[in-house]
Write a protein that binds this ligand. Structure first.
Ligand code: NIG
Ligand code: FE
Length: 390
């Protein structure tokens, strides 16, 4: 069954640019054609966009959705002046260990339905609130019910019952062996209060040797060697990048590693927003993601992150939308999503607005009228259990 979406006032196809008075045809779950409305081929069914804008589904390349519990009290305390530390992670670990598989899966599913309603159609999900061999395994098994972009974050913090060196051995050894068949990526939170650069190198190298792709939490709480370690290891992405030095920017500029910003975390931890200017000038590839988690950024909304990136990081609306779509795809080394040119997966968002600029111009307003995921109109998250070619 093919479907024509016609009368699109503004079609944001991705890096290839914007088409006005456009139409798009979906066939077999993919974009079959995109071009001027008057030249559109016939299809089995048709939808009238009534002059509104259509954008690619958002690619959220960084989330921590498998958890239990809530830390609103910590957010409240931060807004009264308490700093963010990674210490709260252990509270979520305790709640997550106590939850059943079905409770965790149901909660993850609710967050994904919420993300879909704000236009997310591809998502990466990390473990990292289990921190035992079995709890990390089941967290990843639950994540894999919903997405192929599963990330092993056993090295989130050192759990209370371990000494750091013994825990690094566990993560790089038995835990990794247990999850290597489920996870696509490996991640380490390399920062003060978590893991240092040498520990991160040990764990990430072990993951890479098992065939996992590398990504990192880097330079979130202060400048460090984390982002440069990511470049050294050929990471697909180094994430947060709140505190990058000029040397970090230079290293990223000569590499295929994407810098992924998570402005929801700066918002919710009252950290400074990094400015995009230096990265733009240096030609660094960048993305934005939600970092959705119960501690530092409890939002599943990519439009909110786009608005923050525009207002606070000084991205243009075009740069922010590209970062939330093609940028996220690049951070996941995907070519099948994040754009709407023929052959792409038909993941698209019909906005209740004449232009994509409204995503930042009308912050906090729900502007998503309809979402297609893999060619189908969706109101509930459609699990992606196999990746399409591309
Ligand atoms: O990406 N920085 C490490 N992990 C999360 C926060 C986790 C938490 O506070 O529960 C983050 O910000
Ligand atoms: Fe994170």
């Amino acid at each position: 069954m093919s479907e024509l979406i016609t009368n699109i006032g503004e079609l944001f196809t991705g890096p290839a640019g914007i088409l006005r008075d456009a139409a798009l045809v979906i066939d077999d779950g993919q974009v079959a054609w995109a071009g001027p409305r008057t030249a559109a081929p016939a299809a089995d069914t048709a939808v009238d966009a009534e002059g509104a804008a259509v954008v690619p589904g958002f690619v959220d390349s960084h989330s921590h959705l498998v958890f239990a519990g809530d830390r609103a009290d910590e957010f409240d305390a931060r807004m009264s002046g308490q700093p963010y530390t990674a210490g709260g992670i252990r509270r979520t670990v305790a709640a997550t260990r106590a939850a059943s598989d079905e409770e965790l899966a149901a909660h993850t599913g609710r967050l994904l339905d919420e993300a879909l309603r704000s236009g997310t159609t591809t998502i990466e999900i990390k473990s990292g609130y289990g921190l035992t061999v079995e709890d990390e395994r089941r967290s990843l098994a639950i994540a894999a019910r919903f997405t192929t972009e599963t990330t092993f974050l056993g090295a989130h913090v050192v759990p209370a019952e371990y000494q750091p060196a013994a825990y690094v051995d566990l993560v790089a050894g038995e835990m990794l062996d247990e999850v290597a068949g489920i996870a696509r990526w490996i991640d380490v939170f390399c920062d003060r209060g978590a893991f240092d650069v040498d520990q991160a190198r040990t764990i990430l190298s072990a993951g890479a040797a098992c065939g996992l792709g590398v990504r990192m939490h880097a330079n979130q709480l202060g400048p460090s060697g984390a982002a440069r370690l990511g470049v050294e290891l050929g990471a697909a992405s180094v994430d947060h990048c709140t505190f990058l030095t000029d040397a970090d920017v230079d290293a990223l500029a000569g590499s295929a590693t994407v810098a992924t910003f998570v402005p929801g975390a700066e918002f919710s931890t009252r950290q400074p927003f990094p400015d995009i200017g230096r990265l733009r000038d240096a030609g660094v590839g960048y993305a934005i993601a939600t970092d959705c988690n119960p501690g530092s950024s409890y939002t599943s909304s990519m439009p909110f992150c786009i608005a923050l990136a525009v207002r606070e990081m000084r991205m243009t609306p075009t740069e922010a939308l590209l970062a939330a779509t093609a940028g996220g795809a690049r951070a996941l080394r995907r070519t099948d999503v994040g754009h709407l040119t023929p052959g792409a997966r038909a993941d698209l968002v019909l906005l209740d607005a004449p232009s994509f600029v409204h995503l930042a111009y009308r912050p906090g307003v729900h502007l998503v009228k309809a979402v297609w995921q893999g060619g189908r109109r969706a109101t509930r998250w459609q699990p992606e259990v196999t990746r399409s070619a591309g």
